[in-house]
Design a protein around this ligand. Structure first.
Ligand SMILES: Cc1cc2nc3c(=O)[nH]c(=O)nc-3n(C[C@H](O)[C@H](O)[C@H](O)COP(=O)(O)O)c2cc1C
Length: 233
């Protein structure tokens, strides 16, 4: 069993709240894992060239190419993304759009696999985890847990955080905010969030080692997806 962790944050490891949460989930699975950061990678969105239709292999030559084998080989995914404008950041969105390459012919490359969605935002990570779950669903991957935390928006350290009228410190604490270490959000100090990450990792480890039935998972996700389409039809 091998799990692929993906951090969609563009920030350095020490600054990214998402990276810390993804790492915590992975460590608690008790299984082999690899954690890849998309930071500094050049990955464009799907260009709808249909070059992948016959063989399920994307022909675009960018930094996604070397990741394809890892995606295929993994039994499960722990993917984390920052909240940008109340959705996934563009880098993670582009990365996941390119999973269109697996959605042709039988579509069986990824279906029935499991995932944990991780989201971090200056306010909340709820929006990106919901988006991640949708992407997983399109590949018949079941989201076994969602973990969301509050990260340190760059506005706390940009140098203008106390006076900026549109920054997150003013949005959260009001005008005249004084920025001190104890108001800068840090996921490691959010006990419920860290506990949720530990729990998500354990659950994923259990689900993978205790009779993971890909066909049954596929059916469940398919049913969920069809009922969602039904709702919006
Ligand atoms: C371009 C941009 C847009 C952002 N938009 C939002 C937003 O709409 N809501 C929010 O809660 N945080 C927003 N943030 C703050 C980030 O989500 C926050 O810094 C988070 O900690 C980033 O995740 P990371 O720590 O893993 O890098 C934004 C940050 C940037 C750079």
């Amino acid at each position: 069993m091998k799990i692929l962790g993906i951090s969609g944050s563009s920030r350095k490891e020490g600054t990214s709240g998402g990276m810390k949460l993804i790492q915590t989930v992975l460590e608690n699975t008790g299984l082999e894992y690899e954690l890849v950061s998309l930071r500094n990678k050049s990955i464009g969105g799907c260009i709808a060239c249909l070059g992948c239709v016959e063989d399920n292999i994307c022909k675009v030559n960018d930094d996604l190419k070397p990741l394809r084998d890892k995606i295929v080989a993994a039994d499960a995914y722990v993917i984390g993304a920052p909240n940008y404008y109340s959705t996934l950041n563009a880098l993670t969105h582009a990365f996941l759009e390119r999973w269109f390459q697996f959605r042709h012919q039988t579509g069986r490359t990824l279906w029935g696999k499991l995932a944990v969605a991780v989201g971090v935002g200056g306010t909340t990570g709820a929006a990106p985890v919901d988006e991640l779950e949708k992407f997983f669903m399109y590949n018949f991957i079941e989201t076994v847990a969602k973990v969301t935390g509050q990260g340190a928006a760059s506005c706390y350290t940009c140098g203008h955080g106390e006076t900026c009228q549109v920054g997150i410190p003013t949005m959260i604490h009001g005008p005249g905010v004084k920025i001190t270490d104890n108001i800068i959000p840090n996921v490691e100090k959010q006990k419920d969030v860290m506990a949720a990450a530990v729990q998500a990792g354990r659950l994923l480890g259990e689900r993978l080692t205790k009779g993971h039935d890909r066909a049954a998972v596929t059916q469940r996700v398919r049913d969920k997806m069809m009922s969602r389409f039904g709702e919006t039809a």
